[in-house]
Design a protein around this ligand. Structure first.
Ligand code: FES
Length: 278
């Protein structure tokens, strides 16, 4: 429940990107006030303003870090974006450390006519690290699709890809049925992400039936195992394309190409997914 709140589910919007504007704006304001204090010395309000903007920047950065960390723990362990997110988080911690030291150094010098060279150098490093971290944050959203649309899904998302082989499979003509033991543990509206010989697919349990379809959306490769379900439609978390999981047909754009679907069978209480032989 608290996690849902931090992920922005009640707001229908992720919380972390909303909060990061505050520390970015405040750290930048502090830097600008420092520069103005060089051009207009003997205006004590400038250094004090810079100090309090920095202090508020640290407080809001720590606030933004909480939902950011929740989003981080939600990234699949095998997602390539996990590494980018780790670097983003580390840089943010470095930024907070730089500004905390900066604050500590400049606190006794608030009555000085202009900013000292050490706090100024630290501010330059802080802005540099903040910019690099902001760039990575943008890449996480726009390139890797991290945290995009995740607030729409009420049920847990798969944390890993399950790798299966055809070794234990039952071949029937041109279809090989591979057992998926983990599928038995799925509850209604939940999914698995599996990979069989480089074919990545989603297994979903809807209305007590199992369905299998290609993992990546035909629009821009959004992860459908993290999508939300409306009846027998899966909605892509990235740009909301919908597909009928029984047939793979597009039911709502922007996607134009249907999904590939796979046969799922239950035999002796086990779930099997059918993939083309060979
Ligand atoms: S990637 Fe799925 S709708 Fe765009």
């Amino acid at each position: 429940m608290f996690k849902d709140l931090l992920e922005g589910k009640p707001l229908q919007h992720p919380v972390h990107p909303m909060l990061v504007h505050f520390p970015i704006g405040l750290f930048l304001l502090s830097f600008i006030l420092d520069l103005v204090s060089l051009a207009c010395p003997d205006v004590p309000a400038l250094l004090r303003g810079s100090f309090y903007a920095m202090l508020l920047g640290i407080v809001t950065a720590l606030l933004a870090a909480v939902p950011g960390f929740v989003d981080y723990t939600d990234i699949r362990r095998d997602h390539p974006g996990k590494r980018t997110a780790t670097t983003h988080m580390t840089l943010n911690l470095i930024v907070v450390a730089i500004y905390t030291i900066n604050l500590w150094i400049r606190a006794p010098a608030l009555a000085e006519p202009k900013v000292g060279w050490m706090p100024l150098v630290l501010s330059i490093f802080g802005i540099g690290a903040l910019s690099a971290s902001g760039y990575l944050g943008g890449r996480l959203v726009y390139d890797e699709g991290i945290a995009v649309g995740r607030h729409k899904r009420p049920t847990p998302r798969p944390t890993d890809t399950i790798h299966l082989s055809r070794a234990s499979a039952e071949k029937e003509g041109d279809v090989t049925f591979v057992p998926v033991p983990e599928a038995k543990g799925l509850r209604d509206g939940e999914t698995l992400r599996i990979e069989i010989d480089e074919q990545v697919m989603t297994i979903a349990r809807i209305d007590d039936q199992f369905f299998a379809f290609q993992e990546f959306c035909t629009h821009r490769y959004g992860p459908l195992s993290e999508g939300s379900f409306h009846g027998f439609n899966v909605q892509c978390p990235w740009h909301n394309s919908c597909f009928d999981i029984r047939t793979g047909k597009v039911t709502n754009g922007p996607a134009k190409v249907d999904l590939k679907t796979f046969r799922v069978e239950q035999r002796d209480g086990k779930i099997y997914v059918g993939v083309p032989s060979g």
